[in-house]
Every structure is written in structure tokens, then in C-alpha cells.
Design a protein around this ligand. Sequence first.
Ligand code: COA
Length: 332
Amino acid sequence: MAYSRITGLGYYVPDNVVTNNDLTKWMETSDEWIQERTGIKERRYFEFGKDTNYSMATAASRQALDRAGITADDVDVIVYATITPDYFFPGSAFLMQRELKMDGKPVIDIREQCSGFVYALSIADQFIKSGMYKTALVVGSEIQSSLLNKSTAGRNTAIIFGDGAGAAVVQATSDPAHSILSTHLHADGRYAEELYMKDPGSSRERPFSKELIDEGGFNVFMNGNAVFKHAIVKFGEVIQEALTANGYQSSDVNLLVPHQANIRISDYVRQQMGLSEDQVINNIQRFGNTTAASIPIAMAEAWEKNKFKEGDLVCLAAFGSGFTWASALIRW
Ligand code: COA
């Protein structure tokens, strides 16, 4: 029986730091409001002409490959999560595959919003467990800054999101004691319109008309309250599901890596689980919410800072648009 193990982590964030005070140039808001409601102090925005969704993913992947001690030639499949691809189609995985000179190797583009990385990890895990592939490159990458409405009308979403990419190399192992123990995926389309970007929708009569731009369908819409209320429940549920499936309880967890949605959501989950501040990774203060990239960036940073070691029980948990929610339990 094959198991899968994360053998390398990497991340890339653009150099361009945008503080809360910078945002006040474009919209009515304040550093105090943003920090109090979300925990965010600054985020990164891509630099046009320098960063692209796939170039950031490639940089993160190269770092993950180096750290795993392998090259792109050794990778059997790419699973790439993003809601902000470079092109409408084909997906950014193709562009990264070309950059890494992996011609002929399969690529899978998925969306799944803020749960995208955990979904992608689960897909890689199943490929490896089934014996179909031995090495997968799992990526989350987002350029969201160019798609945000940075006027006062868009301030409830524009303050939250940032750009960046993270990647993990996942490889087959025969050792279940150091492997991904389980993954748990959920979705509920009844809430699709609580956090979404409507346009350019293919079912529109004239998807690219000026009227639709004026209507605001090209801006992210979020019912912040509904997202908040569901997130605090679903994070707890899906973490418990992972623990129960493996016969563990909260006190067995060494490190929780939550999707970086909002510091208040992370704090609530941390308190529910009885974990210390040290046991929960939070970098939303510096990077904002980078959607599919947030968990691999947080994991890669935590790894660099020696926040976890071999044998630790690490839990990943996500919630996002869809709604989607997901978890993964890893014995490192
Ligand atoms: N700066 C200043 N004021 C703002 C603002 C901003 N950036 N955004 C909204 N406001 C105002 C609103 O206009 C409203 O004003 P009013 O009372 O005069 O109408 C007031 O602040 C309260 O707005 P509300 O939307 O109720 O705020 P909130 O306390 O719910 O906080 C969020 C808003 C977005 C921070 C909060 O709902 C949240 O964190 N939700 C979860 C979001 C999330 O995690 N998303 C990612 C999911 S993966």
C-alpha cells in the first residue's frame, strides 16, 4: 500500500507591499478598522510586467522541488488551484508546466476557492495512494489585486485579499507513520452567491458589455456576515471530522494551519480546540487572504521557522466560497 508524504514546501510573494494606509488613498477606510475586523496590516500586490499567476506558482514550485531534493523531471502530475488564472482558458497549470519544461506530463486545474489547496492535496493524495503516480506538484496561486474594486463601494472585500503562491511536493512512501493520514472535502452550492464574482459569465446574453461592468458583476461580492457565521462552524466541524476519522482529539494536534480568512475566525477556532497561540499559524497580518495560496504559504513559512518537526500531527483546514470546506491531517 502506498501512502503520500509532503517532501518539500515553497512560496513566493510579490515584493510590492500595500499597507492599510495605502488603501486609504483609494477608499474610505482606516488602518484601525481593518486591523480590528480582520487582523490584516498589509498585503502584497503583484507588479504588472514582473509577476503573473503562473510565474509566482513556478517560483514557489522551484523552491518546493529544491527542498524535496528533486527536479521537475521527477514530477508525474501537477494539480494547480486558483480562482484567478492568467487566461480564461487554458488554465495556469499549462503555463507553469511549459515553464518547468514538463512537456507531456498531465496537469489538472481546479478552482474550489479558499479550499482549493486542500482539495488539490486530496487529489494528489488519491493519485499516489492508488499507485497511478509517485510524485505530484500541488500548487495554490492567486493574483487578486487586479480584480478588486478598490473604491469605497468595494471596500468590504478589497481590504481582505492579496496575491501570492505556495507549493508542495507530494511523494509516495511506504511509511504510514510519516504521511497524509486523511483528507475531508465538502461543498454546499446553496450558498454560491454569498461570495462570488458573477462575470464574465458564459450564460449572459452579452458577457463583456459595458452595462455588465457598470452593474458591478466583475467585482467580488461577499456577504461578510454569512461567510463569517458559516466559517466558524464549518472550520470546527471539518477539523473534528479529521480527528475522529483517525482516533485523535484536539489535544493531540501539534500545529493547526488554517486558511488565512480572518484573524477573528482563526482565534475562535483556536480557542474552541484549546490550542495555544503558538500552535496556530497566522500570517494574514502580512499577506492578507491569498485564497488558494494561503495554506501552502503559511505551511512553507512555518516550515522555515521550524514550527513543526518530524512526527508532529499537523492539521490543515479551509473554508471558502462555494461554500467549500476541507481538512487534511498529516503525521509529519
Ligand atoms: N472600512 C471602513 N468601514 C467599512 C469597511 C472598510 N473597509 N467595510 C465595510 N465598512 C462599513 C460598512 O459599510 C458598515 O457601515 P454601516 O454600519 O454604516 O452600514 C460597517 O462597516 C459594518 O459593515 P459590516 O459588513 O457589517 O462589517 P463586519 O463587522 O461584518 O465586518 C468583514 C466586515 C468583511 C470584515 C466581516 O464580515 C468578515 O470578516 N467576514 C468574513 C470574511 C471572510 O473571512 N472572507 C473570506 C472567506 S474565505
